[in-house]
Design a protein around this ligand. Structure first.
Ligand SMILES: Cc1cc2nc3c(=O)[nH]c(=O)nc-3n(C[C@H](O)[C@H](O)[C@H](O)COP(=O)(O)O)c2cc1C
Length: 322
């Protein structure tokens, strides 16, 4: 039975502004993961990173910050830094598939070099001032690599091992490797959480039936497409049209404030949210195209208004999302 629901980190989308408005309008996730920050050897937070992490910018939520590094001193510094800000857990990114990240041996690049992963965890675990969880994939090139990786993870006490059930080259689409996840459920010494392509309450139920031993899932794109998804998973109602209208209006206002009144920049951020949210509406092809092409905030507002006025609202997001 699934008992814990986490909102995945989505860099560029689920940042502080989005999380704040979403938590006020919908909420329902047990925890939200903050998109990663990458410490340098100077051990300084940039202003942007500080804004993202400051507790006053993140009210009403249980949050877990995420760090991207392959060096123990930076991992230890990141833990100290987030603990001072009041956090109770740090998450290590071992799954980012971007070429520039993996080329530096970070993100999913850690999975291609199991010795580095082992050295990183060995150098940090035991000295960390707060619990560490890891968000990883089931392999770098091949899910056959997973047992070797699990052997390493099993040497260290982790708050949880969150697995995106794909290898690096498949990024966020392509075949899901359920066998590797099943292996993790059977053999992990640490609690395991599943991540990948859960979009509706029906899909989560089917997942829970397939893996009766699973207790934790992390959901990303599905929750941006349907902001009421976590609420529904806990027995609550689907989003109404009015709620969604209030949500997108509040989000646009919050982005406008964030960008000191520049509504064009706010509208561009809304486009990224609508990239997913449009899947909660039927017959959206034409307006979706418009949403991808608008130039001004006024055009954006008109398209959004047409979506809310003209398109049928679905109870669940559609299957084209991923
Ligand atoms: C736009 C975008 C940004 C992402 N940013 C991060 C990130 O900062 N850290 C991370 O661990 N994963 C990141 N991910 C991966 C997601 O957390 C998640 O693993 C992925 O979307 C698959 O889950 P889903 O099918 O529920 O969306 C990102 C994914 C996307 C699409």
């Amino acid at each position: 039975m699934i008992r814990f629901y986490d909102f995945a980190p989505l860099d560029g989308i689920t940042k502080a502004v989005y999380r704040r408005v979403w938590a006020r309008c919908f909420g329902g996730a047990d925890r939200c993961f903050i998109p990663y920050f990458s410490p340098t050897k100077e051990h300084l937070l940039t202003n942007r990173e500080r804004v993202e992490l400051l507790p006053e910018n993140n009210p009403d939520m249980v949050l877990v910050p995420q760090v991207m590094t392959n060096r123990a001193p930076e991992l230890l510094w990141a833990a100290e830094t987030v603990r001072e800000l009041g956090y109770r857990e740090l998450n290590l990114n071992a799954g980012c598939p971007s070429g520039t990240v993996t080329a530096k041996g970070k993100g999913a690049g850690l999975l291609a070099r199991p010795e580095t992963l082992d050295a990183l965890l060995d150098g940090a675990c035991g000295k960390l001032c707060l619990p560490l969880s890891v968000k990883a994939r089931v392999g770098f090139s091949d899910p056959e690599e997973f047992p070797r990786l699990l052997e390493i993870f099993n040497r260290y006490p982790l708050q949880s091992l969150i697995l995106h059930a794909r290898v690096r080259k498949d990024k966020y689409s392509g075949p899901l490797c359920y066998d590797a996840f099943a292996c993790a459920l059977r053999e992990s010494r640490n609690p395991v959480s599943y991540n990948g392509d859960l979009r509706t309450t029906g899909e989560v139920s089917a997942f829970a039936e397939r893996f009766p031993g699973a207790e934790r899932v992390m959901i990303g794109r599905g929750a941006v497409a349907d902001p009421a998804l976590f609420r529904k998973l806990k027995g609550g109602p689907p989003a109404t049209r009015e709620e969604l209208r209030r949500f997108t209006a509040a989000l646009f206002d919050a982005y406008t404030r964030f960008y000191d009144g520049q509504t064009g920049l706010a509208a561009r951020r809304m486009r990224e949210v609508w990239f997913y949210l449009i899947h909660l509406f039927d017959n959206a092809r034409r307006l979706n195209k418009d949403m991808r092409r608008f130039r001004t905030a006024t055009e954006y507002r008109a398209i959004e208004d047409a979506i809310f006025t003209e398109l049928p609202l679905r109870t669940d997001s559609n299957g084209d999302l991923i």
